[in-house]
Design a protein around this ligand. Structure first.
Ligand code: BTN
Length: 330
């Protein structure tokens, strides 16, 4: 969208339910009244519903669900998360853009969000389905002063933060599945991918990627995914505006990150256990070394999953988890 239209939009968003006069727009942006009118018409063609009233001006009635930097910022009450923000229409992967940006010196809390990813990446080299206009595909840059060994705790911390935000905004029963999935009624609604660069036991920076399925209908999923995944809209029976959701997620992530830095992992661990959807359930953990079945009991201080097996309480540091003794996903 052109810069002038962005500015007009920002002025209307700023006014909320009030009108902004044509005179104010033309004065602030140095445009003729006819030029203002033409830009308003163009915005309408792009899907914005704008009420025009004589002697009052223009008022934004309805915004198409695009990820808008102004709308995110307007809803944001964070100190640093999302304050540096890149919103893109399409990209291979927001992770790649964020890595590049981090290497160029992006501040902590800088975020990259795209309407679409053409090569979204998931855990274990998998791809991540990221269709346009229907999800939150976001990468956040962190610079935590922690040793590399503690980095897996960041994924668990982010699971709690995003769960808090989604529960708060949607009232849906979001639960955490170790290590990096959020589920609703046992189907995946969000995946988290934590990638780090470090040297000599010191984290240089972390790119925390989150993919959240927001307004994706069942029919839009590839057939092989339909049984395993869901979206907020499918579960709630209504759609959600993504920009306020993004603001809520950034807020909760900043809150929990500060909690993590100041109070350590143990308070987060307790909340993770409360929000977990697998504790007390029999699960099978598989990794390249083999598989183990037991009852999921909690997390240890490192963030490893504690499985109660015949041999006692065993920590699992890296694995894929499935329900019971079968290979079906949660
Ligand atoms: C997983 O469950 O395997 C993790 C999925 C992570 C997907 C997100 S979408 C935003 C960011 N960009 C990517 O390419 N991947 C992450």
């Amino acid at each position: 969208m052109g810069g002038t239209r962005q500015q007009i939009l920002a002025m209307m968003i700023e006014k909320g339910d009030d009108f902004v006069s044509g005179e104010e727009i033309s004065r602030k942006l140095g445009l003729s009244r006819t030029a203002v009118w033409k830009h308003i018409e163009e915005l309408r063609r792009e899907g914005y519903q704008i009420e025009a009233r004589q002697r009052s001006g223009y008022r934004l009635v309805c915004i198409p669900d695009r990820i808008l930097q102004e709308e995110i910022t307007r809803n944001l009450s964070t100190r640093s998360f999302g304050r540096a923000l890149r919103t893109l229409k399409t990209v291979d992967s927001t992770q790649m853009v964020a890595h590049q940006w981090a290497q160029e010196g992006a501040p902590e809390g800088a975020a990259v969000i795209s309407e679409e990813q053409t090569a979204g990446r998931g855990r274990l080299g998998r791809s991540w389905h990221s269709p346009p206009g229907s999800g939150i595909w976001m990468s956040l840059i962190l610079r935590p002063p922690i040793p590399i060994a503690r980095a897996p705790q960041l994924t668990l911390m982010a699971s709690v933060g995003i769960t808090r935000a989604l529960q708060r905004e949607t009232c849906l029963p979001v639960r955490i599945k170790w290590p990096n999935d959020l589920l609703i009624r046992d189907k995946k609604v969000c995946g988290i991918l934590t990638e780090l660069r470090g040297e000599q036991d010191r984290v240089h920076y972390v790119v925390l990627g989150a993919g959240i399925n927001v307004n994706i209908g069942v029919e839009a999923w590839p057939p092989d995914l339909r049984e395993k995944v869901t979206s907020l809209s499918t579960e709630a029976g209504r759609t959600f505006r993504r920009s306020p959701l993004i603001a809520a997620i950034l807020e909760e992530l900043e809150k929990i990150y500060e909690q993590y830095l100041h109070q350590g992992f143990s308070t987060i661990r307790k909340e993770w256990e409360r929000l977990s959807g697998i504790l007390g359930r029999p699960v099978t953990a598989r990794n390249p070394d083999g598989e183990m079945t037991g009852i999921a009991r909690g997390l240890n201080e490192d963030g490893a999953l504690l499985l109660e097996t015949e041999g006692g309480l065993t920590p699992v540091y890296s694995a894929e988890i499935s329900a019971g003794c079968e290979t079906r996903p949660f």
